[in-house]
Design a protein around this ligand. Structure first.
Ligand code: DP6
Length: 345
């Protein structure tokens, strides 16, 4: 019997960034990274095997509310690669009908490729194997670890969206021996993430180009050497639930990543004066004891402020009083990807 399965995968925010690839074709990162899985910012993807498709590769993808169409070449390539992997555990036959939706606006500083490829991986594996829960997938041998390995091929950071809490992605000694695992659960320490939308236009330099450019910076090799120690310190700050310590480390990390881009060829700037003005305001407020929040920044201008959940609403109100009209998305540490049966089918 054909089932329609529905997978949901959250986005994640990197506290230690994946920046630079040792093998771009395999998304083998130059360094280990560590992220916090989010809860509300997520992608939901439903998948169903379509009988009567012209060819098994004739997948259809619809963004919720829009007409179904052939997915882009990158997605088709990924699905056909994934089919080969999934086929080791069952039939994996037929084209997929996919419907996908994000809970957050596109180009808002939340990477939709992480949640998108994670949800697509879980949904496609579920539909092809006739599994309608993560437990059912695990029974067939498809563990979270394997799902992360597969999702990573679509977009590197997607591997950190399968598990919950604080997730470490280890590069391993070669591309085949990478590991992604939750090192602290979401209940160990719940933190808020306030995503401040300073500019919602699409970024000028894609992360793929950014990853490649990073190696031209003279700061890249020193970064790679000191990262293991920084990751240890971040893990220790999470273990002791020490927010000021964690905050100082993640700010140092984000600034370093952007310094690398500024000193790469060609010079790459992901944010300008409005972000600098915002971060100055944050630092001043924090020094004055008013704003207990610390920032990180991905490849774009929109800061993520990490703070305690009980301070989140008050800090959001302060941001909007100082910067009227600025959109602020509130999120929190989350549990990872889920898979279920689509109701009504
Ligand atoms: C700055 O995962 O988007 O968000 O593997 O090419 O799809 P691809 O790159 P992607 O890179 C994310 C970069 C980052 C840092 C991070 O999430 O670790």
């Amino acid at each position: 019997m054909l089932t329609t399965v529905s997978a949901s995968a959250p986005s994640n925010i990197a506290l230690i960034k994946y920046w630079g690839k040792s093998d771009p074709a395999l998304n083998w990162p130059a360094n280990d990274s560590l992220s916090m899985t989010l809860s509300r910012a997520a992608t939901t993807t439903t998948a169903r095997i379509r009988t009567g498709a012209a060819t098994p590769q004739h997948h259809q993808l619809a963004f919720a509310g829009f007409e179904a169409r052939t997915p882009n070449a990158k997605t088709i390539r990924f699905l056909e690669w994934l089919r080969g992997e999934v086929a080791r555990f069952g039939q994996a036959e037929g084209a997929l009908d996919l419907v996908t939706a994000n809970t957050f606006p596109s180009s808002c500083g939340i990477a939709s490729s992480a949640s998108g490829f994670a949800a697509l991986t879980v949904a496609a594996a579920g539909a092809w194997l006739g599994a309608d829960s993560m437990e059912a997938l695990a029974k067939k041998g498809v563990t979270e670890d394997l799902l992360a390995t597969w999702a990573r091929r679509g977009s590197g950071s997607a591997c950190r969206s399968i598990s919950g809490g604080f997730v470490l992605w280890e590069r391993g000694d070669d591309a085949a021996h990478q590991k992604t695992r939750s090192v602290f659960s979401s209940t160990w320490w719940e933190l808020a993430d306030l995503i401040v939308i300073i500019d919602d236009s699409a970024k000028s330099v894609s992360s793929s180009d950014g990853h490649a450019r990073a190696f031209s910076s003279p700061l890249m090799q020193p970064r790679l050497q000191k990262l293991p120690e920084r990751i240890q310190k971040v893990a220790a700050a999470i273990e002791t639930r020490d927010l000021p310590k964690l905050g100082a480390l993640i700010e140092e990390e984000a600034i370093e990543m952007h310094e690398i881009m500024r000193t790469s060829s060609p010079r790459t700037e992901y944010f300008g004066a409005p972000t600098i003005e915002f971060l100055d305001w944050l630092r001043q407020g924090r020094a004055a004891g008013d704003l207990p929040a610390w920032f990180t920044l991905d490849a774009g201008p929109n800061p993520h402020l990490i703070c305690l959940p009980e301070d989140s609403q008050r800090i959001k109100t302060q941001i909007q009083a100082r910067f009227p009209g600025m959109q602020v998305i509130q999120d929190i540490t989350g549990k990872g990807a889920t898979l279920g049966r689509q109701h009504g089918h």
